[in-house]
Design a protein around this ligand. Structure first.
Ligand code: 5MM
Length: 340
């Protein structure tokens, strides 16, 4: 697998998707604390080990995105996490943004462009095949996001993507339109469209190859406070309509974040998206919470529960991979429920 296009195609290959195991220290600690696990580097290492050593994940995972702490770490027996993934034939990804900073009074921008080419060179030498940069976009009525914020995110994402391609690394561009808020599904679709359109303007301006990148998007769903319940068909319709209005045909793949949707809900939404026949891109998953959440709750830091927690993780992974191919049915949730 030599070219950036080969790696891009492998990451979004049919039947497979990506695990986002790249929560920053603060986010990982939050996930651990929520189930009563100590917020220590050792417990974060065990957390990674539980998921990345699960037998047979390679059947459904093309890639895993790591946080730098894990990228440079090893499992209990001393084998580096990178080697564990390589042995399974899973491509290694690295989160290279350095978190968020305030932008004006109410918005955020992403940090990490200073020194990025040098950091990418090191990650490449150590075995990274792909990278990820997350831009956080807030919806608040018609006021947010501002056009200035959208533009700044687009410039940063395109600059990051250009730096990655020059370093021989496939960039994943993640403009996360937050689920939080009282907005409608239509407003979410409108913002996703606007943000992606601006990103592709900057991608063209900076000479980024659209065939050697992956877009990681939110689905168009109603805000978490809106009280609306979207059907999977409505989510598929509005999400794909946003993509058709913003993403060029040359782009190989689009992956989804789960964004706080429940695992069952986001799996059903992915299934509805996969059922649509007019799609010209490969569409798959790149979830963190929706893949790991159920197993994490069961494990809760108890060594004796690791093997069964891995069964739960593998089952959710299987269901999501089936949905990615349009072969999931809601009755299959019973198989997972039986394990909980
Ligand atoms: C939106 O978060 C991304 C996908 O995770 P979910 O499926 O849970 O929504 C995820 O890759 C995220 O970018 C990383 O976990 C890093 O997030 P933080 O907040 O730690 O920088």
């Amino acid at each position: 697998m030599n070219t950036l296009q080969d790696i891009t195609a492998a990451l979004v290959a049919p039947g497979k998707g990506i695990l986002a195991a790249d929560e920053s220290t603060k986010s990982a600690n939050k996930r651990l604390a929520a189930v009563g696990i100590a917020e220590t580097s050792e417990m974060r290492r065990v957390y990674r080990e539980v998921f990345l050593t699960t037998p047979q994940i390679e059947k459904h995972l093309s890639g895993v995105i790591l946080y730098e702490e894990t990228f440079n770490d090893h499992i209990r027996s001393g084998v580096p996490f990178i080697d564990i993934l390589n042995q399974k034939g899973i491509l290694v990804g690295i989160k290279v943004d350095q978190g968020v900073m305030p932008f004006g009074a109410k918005e955020l921008i992403t940090d990490g462009l200073v020194g990025l080419p040098e950091r990418l060179k090191v990650f490449k030498e150590k075995g990274a095949h792909f990278a990820k940069w997350r831009a956080v976009i807030t919806i608040e009525g018609d006021e947010l996001p501002t056009s200035e914020n959208i533009h700044e995110h687009a410039v940063s994402l395109a600059t990051y993507a250009k730096n990655c391609q020059e370093a021989g690394i496939v960039p994943i561009l993640e403009p996360e339109v937050l689920l939080q808020g009282g907005h409608t599904r239509a407003r979410a679709g409108e913002v996703i469209t606007e943000v992606l359109q601006e990103i592709f303007v900057e991608i063209a301006a900076q000479g980024v190859d659209p065939e050697a990148l992956i877009i990681k998007s939110s689905m168009a769903i109603s805000g978490s406070d809106s009280g609306c319940k979207d059907t999977p068909e409505e989510v598929a319709e509005d999400t794909l309509s946003a993509f058709h209005n913003s993403i060029p045909e040359e782009v190989t793949g689009i992956v989804f974040l789960s964004g706080g949707q429940t695992a069952a809900c986001v799996t059903a939404n992915l299934q509805a998206i996969a059922e649509r026949k007019e799609v010209m891109w490969q569409l798959t998953f790149s979830f963190a919470r929706a893949l790991q959440g159920e197993a994490l709750v069961y494990w809760a830091g108890d060594d004796e529960k690791i093997a069964h927690a891995q069964d739960i993780f593998l089952k959710r992974l299987e269901l999501v991979a089936l949905a990615r191919d349009g072969r999931y049915r809601s009755e299959m949730e019973e198989e997972l429920q039986a394990l909980l």
